[in-house]
Every structure is written in C-alpha cells, then in structure tokens.
Design a protein around this ligand. Structure first.
Ligand code: NAG
Length: 399
C-alpha cells in the first residue's frame, strides 16, 4: 500500500449576485445519450457571490497592468461555479447564499443547483495539520457532529426546498482510512469517520439532493493494490448508513489536487509501473468500477479539475500545496465523454491558498515551503492574488 499525506483545504470565503452558465453541453455530445438521472443534467450550477467578490481584485490587478485579456479571463471566473465549503465556522454563510440562489432562480426561471462541500468531521485531516478542524475525537465528537453540524445543514437546505443540492462529503477522510491506518490519529479516527459519514449519507436523502463521497485521487487510491480495500471500506460505510442511501449518487476524486482527468501521457509523479497504471482520474474511475459493482456501490463519478490544467509540475506525488506552474483546468461541464462521469467540477476555488509558506506559522506544513510550492503564500483559505494570476495565465484549455 502506498501512503500519501494529502488534504484539501478549508476555504474561507468573503460577498454580489451573478448567475453562472448552464454547464456546457454541446449538441449531440455523449451526455445526451446517457441515461439521465444525473443531478447535473439541465440545471444551472450556482456560482456563489462570495467567490465572485474575491475576483474583483484580480480583475483590477490585470487592468492596472494593462492586461485586458487577463481581466476578461478573471471576470469570466465570476460565473464559473466553484463549490461552497461548509465547515464549523462557515455554517452561517450558507443561508445568505441560498437566498441569493433562490432569487436568481425566481428571476430567471432557471433551476439552481447548489454545490456544497461538507467538511467538519471530528478529528478532521488525521494525516496532517493544515486543515484540522474544530471538533475533536472523543465521546462528544459524533453527537456534536450530528446535532450541531449535519442536522442544522439539513434543516437550512430544507428551507430552500426549490433549490437542488450536490453534496461532496468530507474530502480525504475515508481515503486516509484506506492507506494511513499506520498513523495513530487516523487509526483513532476510523470509527468516528465511518459513523459521521454514514450519518450524513442517511440524512441527506431529500429528493432534491445528490451525495458524492470522496475517493482521494488516482495517485493515491488508484494504485492497483488499493482498489479492493477502497471498495471494501466504502461498502462498509454504506452498510452503516442503513436503508437510507438512495441519494448516495457516487464519488468525487481529485479535490483540491492537480491530476488531469484524461491526460494522454502519465504525469512523471506516477513513476514507473506496474502498480500505477491508473495514471489519470478517468483511468482510476474505470479501474474502480468493477470493484464498486462487486460491492454494490454506485459507479457514478465527478472530478475536480479547477487547478489541473498543467501536468509535470510537481516534484513528488506528495506535493499538494500551492503547486507552482499550475493552471486552471477544464471548465465545469457535463460533457465528460463517459456516461458514468456525471460532471467535471471545480471544487477547490482557485486562488484560495492551500497553506502558508511562513515557517513560523502554527499551521505551517513543510510541503508549503517545498521548492515546487508557490511562495509566498498566505494561510489556508486566504486569497493568494499572485497565484490566481498564474493559474489564469497557465489555464489549459487557455482563455
Ligand atoms: C481518454 O483518453 C483515451 C485515450 O486517449 C480515450 O480512448 C478515451 O476515450 C478518453 N476518455 C474520455 C472519457 O474521453
């Protein structure tokens, strides 16, 4: 087995209403012949105003340099949907965004779907430090997660029942249980993670909700020796969720990471085979599918590509922090070329830092000071202006 420390960051977001485009669907593309219960079909994914607000300084910065193309690219990101991250401290920001989405829906008549990341397990980020949460492991961890976090989110989204929701649950948590059980924090967190996620699955079951569980990424759980243990673990969690699993739609990979959806050559970080033949996210999905089928799990996928435009920019598979040379990747779309891939999405809001490069900071992670990490970089979630300008310049497909 391969152990990788890998984590998504908490996104701390800042506020103007804009409708995003309907995820592009070219006439006659594969999604039209797919069998459509996909929650992404014929809806507009809501582009939240808190992210749009942050982009204003980027537009201004490009304009100040006389770079009209850069400014136009940054402006287009205001209507590119990125996920809303809900952590312990972010619950209060949820409702204003739902109100905004509802107003857009009422005004335009276009169904709005809210993309959410639910990210607050007790003992979160067991293999690392940068994104550890507020809830601790221990006897009150799970009861508090249920009653003070999941239940309030369920009741808020029920108040906006005309909206739809796509929910990504707890990035990295179960993946850490597949490969990082030798780390004491992860072993100690295992029962809590399973119980918390099973509960969340069982509660996010309204008809306007679809849930995706996080499966790390191709260079983590995609190693052939990890496929079977991955399926076993997810099947166990599904079993813990009991009968209420109809809205458990599928899986998400590559959250806040840099792997390509379907590159034609392997990124050099995958190294020589033969165990790592699943060297992009699409290959990973294909490899997992028979295992998931055997274990009675769903076989639908979505994939984060917000910063996956460039490959061969990392010195090792462990590099996750503000990687230098990265570019924006494929824009959110349902045109995925595969009926089992519901959508390409942008979960990580590009421009929000993965972690600080200041070695004196409490949450400093050495990987954020790596030669391949962009520096200087602010604390996780804070806006990294120079970084977003680089991501725009390196976008692939380009603007
Ligand atoms: C991914 O790339 C391979 C090889 O280029 C191609 O055969 C396959 O159809 C692609 N998959 C998708 C979903 O586009």
């Amino acid at each position: 087995m391969r152990s990788l420390l890998n984590y998504a960051t908490v996104s701390l977001l800042a506020v103007p209403a804009l409708a995003g485009p309907i995820l592009s669907e070219r006439a006659g593309n594969n999604q039209d012949r797919c069998n459509h219960d996909s929650p992404f079909k014929n809806v507009q994914i809501y582009a939240n105003y808190r992210y749009a607000t942050k982009l204003q300084q980027t537009i201004n910065a490009f304009n100040a340099k006389g770079d009209a193309a850069g400014a136009a690219a940054a402006a287009s990101l205001k209507t590119t949907p990125t996920f809303i991250w809900i952590t312990w401290t972010q619950i209060n920001y949820l409702e204003p965004q739902l109100l905004d989405a509802k107003a857009i829906q009422d005004e335009t008549g276009q169904q709005q779907t809210i993309p959410l990341v639910v990210y607050n397990l007790p003992g979160r980020d067991c293999a690392a430090l940068a994104s550890q949460g507020e809830l601790q492991l221990g006897s009150d961890g799970i009861p508090r997660y249920m009653t003070e976090f999941i239940d309030p989110i369920v009741s808020i989204i029920r108040r906006y029942a005309s909206l739809r929701y796509v929910i990504v649950l707890e990035p990295d948590s179960l993946a850490n249980l597949v490969t990082n059980m030798h780390i004491e924090n992860c072993a100690n967190a295992a029962a809590t993670y399973k119980a918390g996620i099973a509960y969340a699955i069982s509660q996010f079951q309204d008809k306007n909700v679809a849930v995706y569980l996080d499966i790390g990424h191709s260079n983590w759980l995609g190693w052939n020796s990890n496929l079977q243990p991955t399926a076993e673990l997810f099947a166990e969690v599904k079993k813990w969720a009991g009968q209420r699993t109809n809205k458990f739609r599928g899986f998400i990979s590559n959250v806040a990471n840099y792997n390509a959806y379907n590159s034609t050559t392997p990124d050099k970080i995958y190294g020589p085979g033969p165990d790592n033949s699943n060297w992009n996210e699409w290959r990973f999905f294909r490899a997992l599918t028979p295992y998931f089928t055997n274990f009675g799990l769903p076989t639908k996928f979505i994939v984060d590509q917000s910063r996956s435009g460039q490959i061969n920019i990392r010195s090792s598979a462990n590099s996750w922090c503000n990687v230098k040379g990265a570019g924006l990747g494929i824009r959110p779309t349902t045109d995925t070329g595969d009926c089992n891939v519901d959508a390409i999405v942008w979960v990580k809001p590009p421009g929000e830092s993965d972690g600080t490069s200041n070695p004196d900071a409490v949450r400093y992670d050495a990987l954020c000071g790596n030669a391949d990490a962009f520096q200087p970089a602010p604390e996780a979630g804070d806006w990294n202006e120079a970084y977003i300008e680089m991501l725009i310049k390196n976008a692939n497909p380009p603007f």
